[in-house]
Design a protein around this ligand. Structure first.
Ligand code: SF4
Length: 354
């Protein structure tokens, strides 16, 4: 691992308002912000030198203060279904995962917000080495840009973003919020709020804070269990942020934003996938404006969970439907590559996850 060296901040960390402020401090005209955003997000410039309508002195000042290339592609895997999984290296040698999923409604990118994670979900490879550091907003934006550059080759765009990669986004709240504002900005990547989903393991104070941001962004809760005992076993965070309190926060979010919430429910063979669990889950959420995503969990070698059989998945889904719950089984993406969160990083960079 490289020593932490002094690095320049990524230009992609700047919101439009930050860039305008910086330009003013440099004695530059604020209209330059629109030109720079255009180069970064519409023309996808690979260097400041390419920004031909900027004066030379400004290009030099930008290069002196900011980095533009922040991610190096280490691994790129492509699945038969078109899913692409990337392992990117950061300036300090750490690596992160990003996934592109091709849907019939568009191209969705799943981004990472932290190097590792400290939440400790028992089914997750990403948390095995703990948290190394938070990503900057620019490092999160750069993941989307990298994928967009690949889609540029076939004339397509990133239309959806899900923050469901490595890390707990609400544990890196400020940078995550800057990231959201940058990609949502019509002068930036212009990805609609309703096309963005943030997924949390349930950091309750941040759910309230996020609700009060008054955005139309989708919120997903990693629930994975219908009761306190089981959830604590699967997700130790449930000891700090208890299920009944989590449900209150969820209700607040729904009331405040009018948005439907998603519950992510990973099915682990013989653990949380029985009909009795489905009935208990239905009882827990029946009064909420919500939707359940059932996720047939991939076998994670480091953990002892096994996949739920197809029949059992359908039985679970049917039981929820009979109870009037909106539910879908998430289509598996990239089943033939290392698709589960953290698997690729754990495999390629064993040193980081110890
Ligand atoms: S599932 Fe998400 S929140 Fe839980 S340990 Fe893994 S990365 Fe962290």
């Amino acid at each position: 691992m490289m020593d932490k060296m002094q690095v320049k901040p990524s230009i992609y960390s700047l919101k439009y308002s930050d860039l305008k402020e910086w330009l003013e401090q440099q004695g530059e005209k604020s209209f330059r912000a629109a030109q720079i955003f255009d180069w970064l997000y519409k023309k996808r410039a690979a260097s400041f030198d390419e920004m031909t309508n900027l004066p030379k002195s400004l290009k030099e000042a930008l290069a002196e203060h900011f980095d533009l290339t922040t991610l190096k592609t280490i691994v790129k895997q492509t699945s038969k279904d078109g899913t692409m999984k990337f392992l990117f290296e950061l300036h300090d040698g750490y690596s992160i995962e990003t996934v592109l999923m091709r849907h019939n409604y568009g191209n969705s990118v799943c981004v990472t917000t932290q190097v590792g994670c400290r939440i400790g979900c028992t089914f997750c490879a990403s948390t095995l080495g703990g948290l190394k550091r938070n990503l900057s907003a620019g490092e999160i934006v750069a993941q989307v840009i990298k994928v967009q550059q690949i889609l540029d080759e076939i004339g397509e765009r990133v239309s959806h973003v899900v923050i469901m990669g490595i890390g707990e986004p609400f544990d890196n709240y400020e940078e995550m919020m800057s990231f959201l504002k940058i990609i949502n900005d019509e002068k930036g990547l212009n990805i609609g709020a309703r096309h963005i989903t943030v997924s949390t393991s349930g950091i309750i104070p941040k759910i309230y804070q996020f609700a009060d941001e008054n955005l139309q962004i989708n919120l997903a809760i990693s629930l994975h269990a219908p009761n306190t005992e089981l959830r604590t076993k699967l997700m130790p965070i449930n000891k700090a942020f208890k299920l009944p309190d989590l449900m209150k926060a969820v209700k607040y979010y729904i009331d405040k934003t009018g948005r439907r919430i998603s519950f992510e429910y990973g099915l682990f063979g013989g653990v949380n996938d029985q009909v009795e669990h489905a009935l208990e889950l239905a009882e827990l959420i029946k009064d909420l404006k919500c939707h359940v995503n059932l996720i047939p969990v991939n076998y994670v070698p480091e953990r002892n969970y096994v996949r739920t059989s197809k029949n059992q998945i359908f039985r679970f889904e049917r039981t929820l439907k009979e109870q009037g719950i909106n539910v879908t089984i998430r289509r598996e993406h990239g089943h033939d590559i290392d698709a589960a969160c953290g698997q690729l990083r754990a495999k390629e960079r064993k040193i980081e996850t110890r």
